[in-house]
Ligand binder design. Sequence first.
Ligand code: AMP
Length: 753
Amino acid sequence: MSKPLGGRTITARLKSGENLTEIIKHYENYNAKQRTHNHEDLWFHQRLTRGNAVHNLKKSGSTQGLFLVRESVNIKGSFVLSLIHKGDTQHFQITTSPHSGCFSIDNGPPFVGLDQLVHFYRTGCNGLPTALIHACKGHTVPAFLQQYGENTIIHQAVDEGIDTAVFNQILNHSNCPHLNTRNNSGRTALHEAAARGLNDLVLELYKRGADVKTRDAEGNSPLHLACRGDHAETCKILVKHCFSKPQDRCCGTGWVPLHDAAYYGHHQCIDMLLRHGAACYPRSVNGETPLDLADKRHQTNSLLILQRYQPPKPHYSSSHWLHNAVDRHKAVELLEHAGLRNGCFLVRMSKRHPGQYVLTMSFDKTVFNYEIKNKNNWFYIDDGPLFSSLEYLIDYYCRCSDGLPAELTSPVTPFARNDLPPVPGPSRPKMNERPPAPVPSNNKPSKNHGVIQQSYIPGLLPNPSDTLEDIEPSSIVLGRELGQGEFGSVLMGVWTNPLGKKVPVALKTLHGEHINTGEAEFEREAGVMMGLNHLCIVKLYGICRGETMMMVQELVAMGSALDYILDYPSAVGQADFKLWGAQIASGMNYLESKGFVHRDLALRNILLASKALVKISDFGLSRAVGAGSNYYKASAGGRWPVKWYAPESINYGTFSSSSDVWSYGITLWEIFSKGEQPYGTMTGAQVIQYIEDDKRRLIRPEGCPEKVYSIMLQCWAYNPKERPTFLRLHHKFRSDPDYFNMEVPGHRDNLDS
Ligand code: AMP
């Protein structure tokens, strides 16, 4: 037990007649005295608007590297770093991981405390435009947001193993400190209670909202500590009643609680975790399994349990989900046929890697593919646990998502079950024939001791290469240049498809000088487009990997709509513009329903098949929106077409279908103003000021109907939630008599593709 404040325990104080309010005050005063008053530590600003942050930084001199961290006014518990670089204020959203509660900026490393994050970015730029140099004076960061906080009365109560009734009185008290505050050792009260096996206190803390995911200063969850302390019953309570996840990893080592239990030889905890669904062979960052640790440390009992463990009989057999002759396209079709329900899945053979399998699943109306690796009789996905058979692997992911967008729920069953290849059954793989250790994610290396490196990828990575169609170079004849793209020229061509049909195509090339920098982006763009099939979206036929890498796309005969409108302004009029607006909304509605965010919707990226049919193109910036979030966050430094961006994209780098709706409004404006440049010669900074500070919007283009302008204004609602969805826009056009006879997919059923 650590020394209580003033040398007297809470129990002793209560006995001597002090009341709880006095004791809490006593702790508060003590902690307040300990707080730093060093100017450089006072960078936290509670509830500060973006405008006031800019104002405060300006008032403090706008010197290079001046910074503050502020809590969002609208979203409690959401933080933003504002800093000065080259005289300008820039803002970076600090993301809180839903898996661990850790803080990070873009793809940077995660930190358990905001103080730790600030410290890291003070040591160097580490991906920001500047290192943080001087604090813009605010307050000390609250203790519950620090890596090493302060010893609260709750910690002391746990330390004393206080009576549950008194504990409840403390937790119910109106001045009770924040439950997730870490103490001087970097642990929350829940960590301490779990480490000591105080089951009642664990439950009380959980009931009142203590976070079971929160990590201690070393990156461990309370469940890790319960295993370390050999408290099997506490483990059970945490898993069964508090919904702790046995697959949650320590941010530093990649250990799951089973690793801790095996390392210390706590076989009752091992038994409990395995009975509650833990995988037996998870891997640490070094590729070590709990069995390796038990073996290394001569934990004989634990070793025996792990060696003898038999996973539960899989709920489904391979005949329920294994498809023999199904390729990627067919798999998508089968899942679409099943309604693209969340967690619907099948397993198929990989065409690209014979002998390997691919798990194809749907989530949020999007299809994801995961390569199932098979080495030395072990099956695994990405850096996930090892399984001795494909059936065990699938059964595990039916019970927990562990990195997939969702748990697998219902299999798509093949029609002819006797047409199946033999599935490798459970065999005992040799532990000394190990598959490679999982590859750590690509975080920038840390020069800072004590920084918790992200050592796992929270979402397993879908396998893009498996989703691309290869087109033989010999089946393509090259023609004239159509235009210049980001990575090389776009050529016209003819493709003789596998049925012998000659198809006019556009070939987007990846030129030599871009091969190193652009290949991944290029493949990703192709990966996004490959899954899309809509009349108003440019179709991708495949990728041709000849001397130059090329994306083979449907040829959209009249090229860029922006060029056309500028070259032939009198050839197009209001009726064409309305039609284009409706068609773009239809294509974007399709994209939205698939969970894709375009991020670069602008007239320059709209192509004309004819005056009566437009197609959305250029998916170079688009992303599938990941599980559990409906927006995509950009990493710093990309190609940002600011004038088309919604305020939240400019300020925080967040993109969503709602920010696409903003860009749609700008695109409509471009159309109706016949290709004018939005905001004329204004700079990006002036545009932001115009939108945010002056609360102004682009003015109605000459001749643009009021009805259309009012749609634009709705698209430019500052709050993304107040903008219409593409579904609503699509229906708006659909139900408007002005658009009744137009060739818009979805308006007349036979035009839907
Ligand atoms: P992008 O790289 O998509 O910006 O393309 C550059 C230019 O190539 C466009 O502005 C068009 O003029 C032309 N282009 C791109 N894709 C196609 C296509 N599928 N059909 C016809 N022209 C295209």
